[in-house]
Design a protein around this ligand. Structure first.
Ligand SMILES: [Ca+2]
Ligand SMILES: [Ca+2]
Ligand SMILES: [Ca+2]
Length: 781
């Protein structure tokens, strides 16, 4: 943390003294820092905001503010003080800037002198008008209808955006099958297996054959060219010469064709269209054209097979094209080869419900590549065929698919479940089985989200501290400079963030910030949301935050440089495709130090970056790889010192403590003084690097002589954790006195261990995250 220069402190003191002097005479100062009071329970926008007794109702920066509160412009050194314990329902947007040593501060009662406890910034409004369902019919089929209540919400609300909460708990979009763990609606252990044929699209094209030498893209297959959806495109590699042949289920009579490519890829030029192998048409496509280009035949042709050949390209891309649509029309302009905009799935053991309206309003939610849950709106249900129709999934399915049905009112059968019927353009009804049995008037503490953000910061030198921010559908705090610009000096401190929902975005976000400090926050139980997400920031400190059971990754760095991620606790991040700490997309000079990550998926993952130091972390893989270097080809200069890299999946040979993807050689990797539950690589070769003084509790699949691997200086293989640690079963990873970790390491130039004990104690540094103390010499920070 930067220390304020004494001169600035003096200036502050003088300014405050001047303000006091001026206020004595009942006049507002022309300049000098001001404190504005905000009390959403008892304030008034008519008041002057200068005292607890004359507090504003709305904060300066809230678009809902009026009168004096609205007219107030904040300047460097100003503080906006929110009353503790009061729930403020609004969004605060801050366009103003402070100065380097005198920021503008939004304070949620950090001194405890205005109200009680933290001030609350809330993204929700209470729901009222509840009626208890009088019949199963009124509950749209719920078997628990006697416990189900309903009310109306605006037509723009969806089951996702409503972020329904009962008290402090986020309720669960109704599910079948059920889950006991509300925090991770995408956690697939409770999903149903796809049986028989994978969900499919029934279109007029029977199969698609590509010319020799073409490579189909696994996520953008050729079917995307004939799915009647210009938003999806098939990768055509190479762009030219290339050819796709579409065999149709039955003959069609074609009058014209349409071709649509994506101009940002290689652009096709001359094309030939064949019908049953005979040339029908040659065309020269227009350049730089995003719309569909249509060409008529001299006379209609009846064919069972169509071939599109691309003979040449405009040569402006990287050699492969993106074909959005290839269409063939009848004389009336109907596309004869495009697939319908619906997917279907039949499952006689799952879809046993006899009511054709049972799944109305529901989503077919399928786990697909890349390890994500996709929500496909149900279109119709045919009970006699046990068949469901839903929006087309464009992601690639897994061979062993998993799915769950969500948001069917008829599937509400446990406390805490809710569903929203979602007819187009009408007021919607929301059905809830409350967690707590409400009184006769219905639930009194159920809220739904109406605001996307708590704080939106777009100036420099701004501090937000000591709030509780909750129940938004979006972000709690977001730093968003005006387009194309950067801001600096942002601090987000000592704030609790909970019960926010976001579809995998972060609840605390910042982009394009130079000097960004996020410290001492408690970020927990945010459904589907990541915790802290920074992109394109420099001089970052993320320290002493506690992240607990958020729906996605704990801390994400994208393209950040000079970042210190230290002393954070990250627990229970079990959402699909989420990790503890990540650094992706070109991060440089990142330090991960003294973090404790446990109870989730991968603890620390990185790719695309340079100069990363990982030291004194306790990374408990919880049965997964604790560290994932997804692509060693793109990540270089990595130092891994003094970490405890524990609890990999011993049943899977490649899921070791550290897993390295990619084929290329690792450049400048250094591992010293770690306890490592094995290292494995995607390639045959063990991970190249400088190794010494590590203790392996497991060996990766290719850590053996057959693969040219052997222990290096000071290294040992000790699989029994009880030899190393005081009490590993209960999570005490202090070195066992007299054990193999003590004084067994080598100096690497790091002064303090995970508890700030000086290194070394005794003869030499210890291996692992703790330096065993000699009590008389212990230093505590
Ligand atoms: Ca259910
Ligand atoms: Ca398409
Ligand atoms: Ca020692």
């Amino acid at each position: 943390m930067k220390v304020r220069p004494a001169g600035a402190l003096l200036a502050l003191w003088l300014a405050a003294a001047a303000m006091r002097a001026v206020l004595t005479f009942g006049q507002a100062p022309a300049s000098g820092p001001s404190t504005y009071f905000v009390d959403f329970a008892g304030g008034s926008d008519d008041a002057d905001g200068r005292s607890a007794q004359t507090a504003f109702l709305h904060s300066p920066g809230d678009p809902a503010a009026t009168k004096t509160a609205k007219a107030t412009v904040l300047k460097a050194g100003d503080t906006v003080l929110f009353k503790g314990g009061v729930v403020y329902r609004g969004t605060i947007t801050v366009p103003w800037s402070g100065e380097e040593t005198v920021p503008i501060v939004y304070d949620g009662n950090s001194s405890g002198t205005f109200g009680t406890g933290r001030a609350v910034i809330d993204g929700s409004e209470p729901l009222s008008g509840w009626k208890r369902c009088a019949s199963q019919n009124e509950a749209l089929g719920s078997p628990a209808w006697q416990k189900v209540w309903w009310t109306t919400v605006p037509a723009s609300t969806t089951c996702f955006s409503c972020n329904l909460c009962e008290g402090e708990t986020q309720l669960l979009i109704s599910r079948h099958p059920n889950t006991a763990d509300f925090d991770f609606e995408d956690e697939r252990s409770t999903f149903a297996p796809v049986r028989g044929r994978q969900p499919w699209v029934e279109g007029p094209v029977e199969r698609i054959a590509a010319d020799r030498g073409m490579v189909q893209n696994s996520t953008r297959p050729y079917t995307f060219a004939v799915d009647n959806n210009p938003q999806t495109s098939a990768v055509i590699d190479p762009c030219a010469p290339s050819g796709l042949t579409f065999t149709l289920k039955r003959q069609v009579t074609v009058a014209s064709f349409g071709i649509q490519y994506v101009p940002s890829y290689e652009q096709p030029k001359e094309c030939v269209i064949l019908g049953d192998g005979k040339q029908l048409l040659t065309v020269t496509l227009k350049e730089d054209t995003a719309s569909i280009q249509t060409y008529s035949l001299p006379q209609p042709a009846t064919v069972g097979e169509l071939t599109l050949k691309m003979l040449s390209s405009y040569g402006k891309g990287r050699g492969y094209a993106a074909l959005a649509e290839f269409q063939a029309y009848d004389a009336q302009g109907n596309n004869l080869i495009g697939a319908p905009q619906e997917m279907q799935y039949a499952d006689a053991s799952f879809f046993t419900q006899s009511d054709p309206r049972f799944w109305d309003g529901a989503y077919f939610c399928i786990w697909a590549r890349p390890n994500l849950l996709y929500y496909q709106k149900v279109l119709r249900y045919v009970p006699s065929e046990h068949r469901l129709f839903f929006e087309v999934l464009t992601a690639q399915q897994y061979r062993e698919g998993l799915f769950v049905m969500m948001n069917a009112p008829a599937a509400i059968d446990t406390p805490g479940e809710f569903a929203l019927d979602e007819p187009q353009g009408q007021t919607r009804r929301i059905f809830v089985y409350p967690l707590r049995e409400p009184g006769t008037g219905g639930p009194s503490d159920i809220t739904y989200a109406v605001r996307k953000t708590g704080f939106v910061l777009s100036g420099s030198h701004l501090t937000v501290r000591n709030f509780r921010v909750q129940k938004q559908y979006g972000e709690a705090v977001t730093v968003r400079p005006p387009a194309g610009s950067r801001v600096k000096g942002i601090r987000i401190l000592d704030t609790e963030v909970t019960a926010v929902r976001n579809e995998r975005g972060s609840v605390v976000t910042a982009s394009s910030v130079d000097s960004c400090e996020i410290r001492g926050n408690f970020i927990h139980h945010n459904r589907r949301a990541a915790g802290i997400g920074l992109s394109g920031c420099t001089d970052v400190v993320i320290s002493r935050n506690h992240l607990l059971r958020n729906g996605a990754t704990g801390v994400r760095l994208y393209g950040c440089s000079r970042a210190q991620v230290t002393d954070n606790i990250v627990e229970g991040h079990l959402g699909t495709h989420s990790n503890g700490l990540t650094a992706y997309l070109g991060c440089t000079d990142v330090v991960f130090a003294r973090n404790r990550v446990s109870g989730g998926n991968n603890c620390l993952t990185a790719q695309e970056g340079e100069r990363m130091v990982i030291h004194h972390n306790i990374l408990d893989g919880n049965g997964a790889a604790a560290i994932g270097f997804w692509n060693v080809d793109t990540l270089k200069d990595v130092k891994v010192f003094h970490n405890l890299i524990l609890n990999s999946d011993r049943k899977v040979d490649w899921v070791a403590g550290i897993y390295c993807g990619g084929k290329g050689p690792a450049v400048n990797y250094e591992f010293r003084n770690n306890v490592i539950d094995g290292i494995s690589t995607a390639s045959e070769t063990p991970l190249a690097g400088t190794y010494s003084h590590n203790i392996y509790t497991r060996l990766g699949w290719n850590q053996n002589e057959a693969h040219g691997w052997k222990l290096q200086e000071g290294e040992r293989y000790i699989p029994d954790l009880t030899q190393l640690f005081v009490d590993p079963v209960r999570g005490n990873y202090q070195p066992k006195p007299g054990g193999p970790l003590v004084d067994a390491g080598i100096a690497v130039g790091i002064e303090r261990d995970i508890e700030a004990t000086f290194i070394p104690q005794g003869r030499a540094p210890d291996i692992g995250a703790y330096e065993l103390c000699i009590p008389s010499r212990r230093e505590v920070r």
